[in-house]
Design a protein around this ligand. Structure first.
Ligand code: HEM
Ligand code: HEM
Ligand SMILES: [Fe+2]
Length: 449
């Protein structure tokens, strides 16, 4: 750590660990419910658990992006954050809004729209909060003399992510229109502007961990940004096949979304090529594993498994089934969860002055969580294919099919136990690092790692 204001990143990362842990608990509630063990139903029905599980995911990923920005921007811009105190206020208010929303869901205070359940009054608070964050980061970059491609791509990713929250707030009584705008947020986030944030964080990590020249790495970043926009914007059409929108989306969505894996493939090739080029001299090999792992697993989850159901002919059968959940888990895990765990693994030694990345439990966390998530994806996949076959081909009733596929959820829960063991090890190490200290400022000042 070179600048004391970077310490604020620690508190965002700690928030991630807490919310991630809670997210997993709600995942298990649903896993057991799918097995037919739904004893908690009177207190936490499935739809509540689902909303809490997915909203906690989005919250901790956003907290992770913010923490990453507060850590990366001072380093890239070579100056302190312009308003460090505001960053703390912003974290506290972000968590407060999140907690109120999550508690509210348990009392059915929500909008009932997948991923965008947050009730309207809280939406406004989210907007204010995120704008304060963007202003803090934007002005820090603006006031600095050093404008790197990495920090600018990160900033524009964050700014556009904030702006794209707004279409989700357009009020309409029309179900199709509501769905239409909802995808502007959900799709254009994960397959559009979040990819810019991902590209920028990967670029920062690769510059630091491989030692390859910034010019080389940032050139790749431009190419990836280009691919993302070329395919991702009109790729939104893959959600407009069968929701009442015009028929031309079948061809537009099919064509452009089929190109989307290229951006993820680009990122995987880029990360692997840089690691090969730069050698493996950096001591924090665990952070490099998470970085390369993120680029590879995002290609598998988003690129490969996304492609698997993106053509209209396939999506007609798989839409809204557990095939979607299979893809959703691996894509979110590979692209965004692993990204945050990568930057945390890189930043913690610098924030605290302790080096725990050589611990066996750090390696255990990486492998066990990845093997666990791969097994979970397989379990969802098998359940999903069985569901599509029985429900959409054989014409069996939805609930009858859910009963038939209960057995596959035993596999899911077992895989999830393995995954959770990895995450517990990660959180254990995070706690082991202790709090950020000014000592690490002295230790790492002038450090290029
Ligand atoms: C990191 C990037 C990605 C993430 C995090 C992600 C995640 C998700 C999630 C959570 C859903 C369910 C959304 C909902 O129903 O509200 C979904 C749906 C979908 N995704 Fe992705 N995705 C990513 C990239 C991709 C890519 C690159 C493709 C295509 C090549 C793709 C194709 C699809 C399709 C076709 C659906 C709709 C499934 C349905 O009709 O039920 N995704 N994705
Ligand atoms: C112990 C671990 C976990 C378990 C047992 C679990 C289980 C589940 C279950 C049962 C569902 C509902 C599927 C349905 O609609 O029937 C779900 C939804 C979802 N979970 Fe998890 N989950 C876990 C961890 C995670 C993680 C780590 C992520 C992200 C990195 C994640 C992302 C999602 C997403 C995006 C959805 C919505 C999928 C969709 O729209 O179809 N989950 N989870
Ligand atoms: Fe999409």
């Amino acid at each position: 750590m070179k600048y004391s204001s970077q310490k604020v990143a620690y508190w965002f990362f700690a928030t991630c660990m807490l919310l991630f842990g809670l997210q997993i608990i709600y995942g298990f509630i649903m896993g057991f419910a799918h097995m037919g063990m739904d004893g908690l139903h009177p207190i936490i029905p499935f739809n509540v658990a689902r909303a809490v599980h997915t909203n906690l995911l989005v919250m901790w990923l956003l907290a992770g992006f913010m923490g990453a920005a507060y850590f990366i921007v001072p380093d890239e811009c070579e100056r302190e954050i312009i308003w460090p105190k505001l960053a703390y206020v912003q974290l506290i208010s972000f968590v407060t809004v999140g907690v109120v929303a999550i508690v509210g869901y348990h009392f059915f205070w929500w909008e009932g729209r997948k991923f965008l359940e947050i009730p309207r009054p809280l939406d406004y608070l989210v907007v204010v909060n995120v704008l304060l964050f963007v202003a803090n980061i934007g002005l820090t970059i603006w006031k600095s003399k050093r404008h790197t491609t990495t920090s600018l791509v990160l900033f524009f990713g964050l700014l556009t992510a904030a702006l794209l929250y707004l279409p989700g707030m357009i009020s309409t009584d029309n179900q199709t229109m509501d769905s239409y705008w909802r995808w502007w947020v959900v799709h254009l986030w994960v397959e559009g502007v979040w990819e810019l944030i991902m590209g920028a964080i990967l670029s920062f990590l690769l510059i630091k961990l491989t030692g390859v020249d910034r010019e080389v790495i940032e050139k790749w970043l431009y190419i990836i940004v280009g691919f993302t926009f070329l395919s991702g914007i009109l790729g939104t059409g893959h959600h407009y096949y069968y929701i009442g929108t015009p028929r031309y989306w079948l061809i537009i969505g099919g064509l452009f979304s089929a190109l989307e894996p290229l951006a993820f493939l680009g990122m995987a090739i880029y990360a692997i090529a840089m690691a090969k080029k730069g050698g493996r001299s950096h001591p924090n090999q665990t952070a490099l594993s998470w970085t390369i792992g993120c680029s590879v697993m995002s290609f598998v989850g988003a690129g490969f498994l996304g492609f698997a159901h993106t053509l209209p002919q396939v999506n007609m059968y798989t839409h809204g089934t557990l095939v979607t959940a299979m893809h959703g888990h691996m894509a979110f895990w590979g692209a965004y969860a692993m990204l945050i765990l990568a930057i945390i693994t890189y930043a913690m030694p610098l924030l605290t002055g302790r080096n725990l990345f050589t611990r066996q439990s750090a390696t255990f966390a990486f492998w066990t969580s990845n093997i666990g998530m791969t097994a979970m994806t397989v379990a969802f996949g098998i359940a999903g294919v069985a569901q599509v076959y029985l429900e959409r081909r054989m014409g069996l009733d939805f609930l009858q099919v859910q009963k038939e596929i209960e057995v596959h959820f035993l596999g899911l829960v077992l895989a999830a136990v393995l995954f959770t063991a990895g995450i517990v090890a990660f959180i254990y190490n995070f706690i082991g690092y202790g709090f950020p200290s000014n000592e690490s400022l002295k230790k790492y000042s002038g450090d290029v790692s």
